[in-house]
Design a protein around this ligand. Structure first.
Ligand code: NBX
Length: 797
């Protein structure tokens, strides 16, 4: 596409799709017009991919996920379609600011954190590789809440990303599937009829996900809940206006909001309904498609692979069995076999509070037939393995992890360490019974969004050095290694980072009115706020460092800016206190004339995908400091390493593999191992001992306790202090001393800029393995047994 063609296409949509003339068009109108112009190009390729999938009878992958944290889509689409030059030139002629258009797009925050973002990276990689796939989820009207700070406290506001027209989706009223709840079951011989008492409709909305170079496109189909019967005209005519609208409002509740809990399970009825709603709609859509092509249901495992992203779609097991037995007349045992060979399950966390358990009573009320089938599946499994020791139904609860395990032919963890811990802890008994079922698929991130698009300076430098094949095959970044010894290359590498840091400093000055020194270490911790992720360990070190600078303000300190970003679940009291403490610490430190040129704390509100895209390219140090054994993988850690930030981290999740790839000397390791953590916890008074042994730690805790960050309310953080001193389940105190040591090593290293640049460049060169393309190839080979289809030719550059 030439710039002139692009300009025509934009103007065409401006006039005929949006009904605006150029003289009166606002940023929003231009953004929509550009989006539609790009979308037109995508649609052709998307159709072609679909045609090829049908024609080649390729196996399809179905990714069922309660969350897809896709963020903004326009730039991604432009880049993957190789339309950036055309778009920039066309807009320049139209005197429209390209950056302003990109910034105008709301973030589609249909996820909480890692699990949802991984699903989004996977969708992009499957399209890049040409793996015929479809993502299925919920079209939440309100995604993850918007975070604001009020006197340092987190305030949540609804995020209404759909208040403006969404340019990327196609409504599919013809794909409307009715979903039932409640009612009763009538058994007739070996099958049963389920008569639900409540019905609503799942309507599909399709978003095309285009891969790199536009060679392939898959669909993300998100379900919207709609009432079966519109609004009640009889009641309305009787003057009962509110009641007339009630059934409609009730049905819509199902796709109204995303639950804002990351790794905590609430066990709420609406949540279970959401889970069944999207799982059932997706499975029936899958079967409908399958049956339009094949007439033997035993072929299902050969032609479809259904991935359950954690246990949220775990009802897929019983639901698929129900559809096969009750609605297709297949024998129960055979149906279980077909379902198991089609389904697989990814576990994303071992935290006990995250493991889904549903009350039998609730399950029986909402899904009476499914509860019966769960009992039968469980009995069959116990019979097959010859033991009653492991069970999916226990103590009046259905355990969704166990249910998913026994209904899947593959179960995977998301990093090497996490997978081993799955085998030795949560799924120990099941693993012994099925030793080949658990496999590892270490997470990855898409290099298109997380390097090419978010870090154009570094991308250009890389392409100038080694060509642009790295975008298709990220392990080619290793070709950078010989360049690392070249002083000119290293200087350019450092210059790109410096310019990114300048941009970020300007942005922070404008948005937060805090001045930061671009020469300082940009030390960044961005992720959901959680005790196991230990933002408070970072804060304690910050406070200890501040106190030390105050003791001796004229010693040559290495300047640092501590950047935090992240949301706390609205009901997670401890996490919210950490948010407030971070803001309180920032206030005191940033206004301290003795220290502020050496140490600042900034906490931009409303951390999301777009903010990550700004922060990561400008980071020097990546904080990955979870208690070993608790972070299943992490994916932010990979994005940082790829963009040349050095990691300070524990041997947890994928940190272990990152350290192996980038080499131990280019990684600041500290802390106990997962085994040491388990041992340490057994020692009574472990935190007291650690505090007594380290005066810096004692002093930092005392500063919080005495109210130095909350002079108007000295007792504000006694909860945190009490937790640290007396409980400290996540071993913040026990890891503090070693963390301090590693931080000072980072200071020393940063003070030698050339060596630092070399280490940073080495991180980039060795991060290629962490591409989600590699992860997806792993799933295709080990889990899905699916092959890539022959892709379409490159989109014109
Ligand atoms: O999944 C995250 C992990 O915490 C990360 O370590 C990992 O990198 C990422 C992708 O694999 N997990 C996550 O975001 N959520 C959950 O694990 C989760 C589990 C159950 C639940 C809610 C969230 N009810």
């Amino acid at each position: 596409m030439t710039p002139a063609q692009m300009k025509d296409a934009i103007l065409h949509h401006l006039v005929y799709t949006l009904g605006k003339d150029a003289a009166h068009a606002q940023t929003y109108d231009w953004r929509m017009a550009l989006s539609f112009a790009v979308r037109d190009k995508i649609v052709d390729r998307w159709f072609e991919a679909t045609r090829r999938t049908y024609a080649g009878q390729h196996k399809r992958v179905y990714y069922l996920s309660m969350e897809f944290l896709i963020g903004r889509l326009l730039k991604d689409a432009i880049i993957n379609m190789r339309l950036e030059e055309a778009a920039i030139d066309a807009l320049q002629e139209l005197k429209v600011d390209y950056q302003a258009i990109l910034e105008d797009e709301p973030d589609a925050a249909l996820g909480n954190g890692g699990l949802g973002r991984l699903a989004a990276c996977f969708m992009e990689s499957m399209s890049t590789i040409g793996c015929p796939a479809m993502g299925y989820g919920i079209r939440y009207e309100n995604g993850l809440f918007r975070q604001r700070f009020e006197n340092g406290r987190q305030v949540e506001e609804p995020e209404d990303w759909l208040s403006q027209r969404h340019a990327w989706e196609f409504e599919r009223p013809e794909v409307s599937i009715d979903i039932g709840f409640g009612g009763h079951v009538q058994e007739i011989g070996k099958r049963a009829n389920w008569y639900p008492s409540e019905m609503l409709i799942a309507m599909g909305h399709d978003t095309p996900i285009i891969g790199w170079r536009g060679r392939w496109g898959n669909t993300l189909r998100l379900w919207e809940a709609r009432p079966m019967h519109g609004f009640d005209l009889q009641r309305f005519n009787r003057g009962d206006y509110a009641a007339a609208a009630e059934p409609e409002a009730l049905a819509r509740t199902l796709s109204r909001v995303l639950y804002p809990d990351d790794t905590t399970e609430q066990g709420k009825e609406l949540r279970l309904k959401q889970e069944f709603f999207f799982t059932s709609a997706s499975l029936r859509d899958i079967l409908r498609r399958f049956e339009s092509e094949y007439d033997d249901l035993r072929l299902l495992p050969k032609k479809a692979a259904i991935q359950m992203n954690d246990t949220h779609p775990a009802i897929a097991g019983p639901e698929l069995v129900r559809l096969l037995v009750d609605e297709r007349g297949i024998d129960f045992e055979e149906a279980v076999g077909i379902a198991r060979n089609t389904l697989s399950y990814t576990n994303h966390t071992l935290l006990p509070e995250a493991l889904e358990r549903w009350d039998e009573g609730l399950m029986g009320r909402l899904l009476p037939r499914h509860l019966q089938l769960i009992f039968r599946i469980n009995e069959l499994h116990m019979k097959d393995v010859g033991t009653r020791k492991v069970t999916a139904v226990d103590d009046g609860h259905v355990k969704m992890g166990e249910l998913s395990f026994i209904m899947a032919h593959r179960v995977n963890g998301v990093s090497a360490l996490h997978t081993e811990l799955m085998k030795s802890t949560v799924f120990k008994d099941l693993h012994e019974l099925h030793p080949n079922r658990i496999v590892n698929e270490t997470n990855g991130v898409t290099p298109r969004r997380w390097l090419l698009s978010c870090n154009p300076r570094l991308s250009t430098l890389i392409t100038d050095a080694i060509g642009d094949d790295w975008v298709d095959d990220l392990e080619q970044l290793e070709k950078l290694e010989p360049h690392i010894d070249d002083a000119a290359f290293l200087e350019s590498y450092a210059a790109a980072k410096r310019q990114n840091k300048n941009d970020l400093a300007n942005w922070i000055a404008e948005k937060l009115e805090v001045g930061i020194d671009p020469e300082a270490i940009f030390d960044v911790q961005i992720k959901r706020i959680h005790e196991y992720k230990r933002q408070h360990l970072n804060l304690l070190e910050t406070i200890a460092h501040w106190l030390e600078i105050r003791d001796n303000p004229n010693q040559g300190w290495v300047p640092r800016v501590k950047i935090f970003g992240g949301k706390a679940a609205p009901g997670y009291v401890f996490a919210k206190e950490i948010v407030r403490l971070t803001n309180d610490v920032a206030k005191v430190l940033n206004s301290d004339p003795l220290t502020s040129r050496y140490l600042k704390v900034v906490y931009p509100p409303n951390y999301n995908v777009s903010l990550a895209e700004k922060l990561i390219p400008a980071s020097d140090l990546s904080e990955q400091i979870s208690t070993a054994g608790k972070e299943a993988s992490g994916t932010g850690n990979m994005k940082f390493a790829l963009n040349g930030a050095l990691t300070i981290g524990t041997l947890d999740g994928a940190n272990v593999e990152i350290r192996e790839h980038v080499k131990p000397e280019n990684f600041f390791l500290f802390g106990m191992t997962a085994d040491e953590v388990m041992e340490r916890r057994k020692i009574g008074g472990h935190s007291g001992q650690a505090i007594a042994a380290d005066p810096r730690l004692a002093r930092a805790i005392e500063a919080i306790r005495a109210g130095r960050f909350s002079p108007d309310e000295p007792g504000r953080y006694h909860g945190i202090v009490d937790n640290l001193v007396h409980h400290d389940y996540f071993l913040v105190c026990s890891d503090f001393t070693d963390y301090w040591r590693a931080q000072r090593e980072a200071d020393t290293a940063f003070a030698a800029p050339k060596d630092w640049a070399r280490m940073a460049a080495f991180n980039t060169a060795r991060s290629g393995w962490f591409s989600s393309d590699r992860t997806i190839r792993g799933y295709m080979a080990d889990v899905w047994h699916a092959e890539a289809a022959p892709t379409v030719e490159d989109a014109a550059g």
